[in-house]
Design a protein around this ligand. Sequence first.
Ligand SMILES: Cc1cc2nc3c(=O)[nH]c(=O)nc-3n(C[C@H](O)[C@H](O)[C@H](O)COP(=O)(O)OP(=O)(O)OC[C@H]3O[C@@H](n4cnc5c(N)ncnc54)[C@H](O)[C@@H]3O)c2cc1C
Length: 462
Amino acid sequence: MNAVAELQAIAGAKTVLGPDEAFTERHLRDFNIVAPESARPVAIAYPASTEEVSKILAYCNAHDITVVPQGGLTGMCGGAVPFRPALLMSMERMRTVEAVDADGATMTVQAGVTLDTVQKTADANNMLFPLDLGGRHAHIGGNASTNAGGNRVLRYGMMRDLILGVEAVLMDGTVISSMNRMIKNNTGYDLKHLFVGSEGTLGVITRLVLRLHPKPLSVSTALCALDSYDSAVKLLRHVKPRLGGQLSAFEVMWPEFYYTGTAALNRRPPMEPKPETGIYVLMEAMGGDPERDAEHFASVMELALEQGIVLDAVIAQSAKEARDLWSIRDCPGEFPAAGHFPQLGFDVSIPTGQIGEFAKQVHERLAAHWPKHKALYFGHIADGNLHVSIRLDENSGTEHEMDEVLYALVGEWKGSVSAEHGIGVHKRPYLHYSRSPAELALMRSIKSAMDPKGLLNPGKVI
Ligand SMILES: Cc1cc2nc3c(=O)[nH]c(=O)nc-3n(C[C@H](O)[C@H](O)[C@H](O)COP(=O)(O)OP(=O)(O)OC[C@H]3O[C@@H](n4cnc5c(N)ncnc54)[C@H](O)[C@@H]3O)c2cc1C
């Protein structure tokens, strides 16, 4: 019997498909990266339970078959993309919401449940699952494996902060069930953290206990024009204490990005661009008292205007107006329609107070090599996260050349080459700019202790 037939005998004919039956393009790419021709899959597995995951991994381990875990394939760094013949383990049949505990504010789910379903289930139970990002058909297991971030990290933390328990299967088939449901639990090493953010290199996540929050009853949204990045930092320091922890988003956009998200996409700018505007901030606060929260938010904004921190501001008067303001910030998905395509995206971290200077230096460094290059700058600056999108055209360098320039600069600033998208294959050559040799050696030791044959998602992260 060949491997596919043996795996079908172990896990079921519907659970494991041979490459000829199951071969679909969608398993051979994530949002950015396409598998090479040489990476034709050995098989595609669609397990429906932890037990099936365990049996398949144990077989692959015994027969030296490489395994690549796959979630919703919205990743940006190629972590779920095969680069050699492998069994692709898609988690899309593990999509059961097992329980919602309103008293403990938790939700227990299988790893293949989509982020969208988790958000809607929390909402239907009058609670909030605050992780939010553009790729909502991502799996919650994929969100955990990449330690996803998004727009509300400032208030609720990253995915790591929204997980209480994890169940994962090691490459040899061992099930590690750490399905803790309590906030306090100091019983030795917190093993869930090994699987969160390790991008499917240490185990396959099968189930999770998620942490829920109270559903907000009010949302206030404003778009502000300011003279400079330093004023954006001043505004952040102005609103944080005054909004008393209600601040849920603080998104910064440089003028070229604002132009792209408005005029270039035939959207009427809520504020006409003026020469004195050096930066735009989209701000959101969530609270529990609709009438008072809106008034208080407006008074905090008024004070910022009076004190000259803000040049101009628009406060959304309806949910539709708020969505319109967000559509400017969410425009990266529409870059092709705005002519900003193909593009090379960067997702890096630098301490909040230094991002303005850093962005200037990025511009200078890139301009020294490619004077006519076009780049857009934006970011979740309260989390220290800057995104840079460079249009790949005759005025830019190759992807590799620009990666080299930008990541070396991140290294000089002691920043992080990946703020929220992970390392995958794409950023692996640059990991050393953000991690010391001792840290890298410890990561390799952990990897070889948990997957001695190096069969689980090889060539990713470390
Ligand atoms: C339009 C758009 C906007 C985005 N915005 C953001 C953003 O604001 N912030 C952000 O952080 N990300 C963002 N992303 C990136 C992406 O959505 C996240 O990285 C997401 O968490 C990936 O989840 P996924 O299920 O699609 O994983 P995949 O792409 O399928 O896989 C990602 C990695 O996780 C591993 N993996 C997946 N499932 C499992 C599992 N069950 N067990 C073990 N390993 C697994 C894979 O092997 C791979 O290494 C965006 C993507 C898109 C398309």
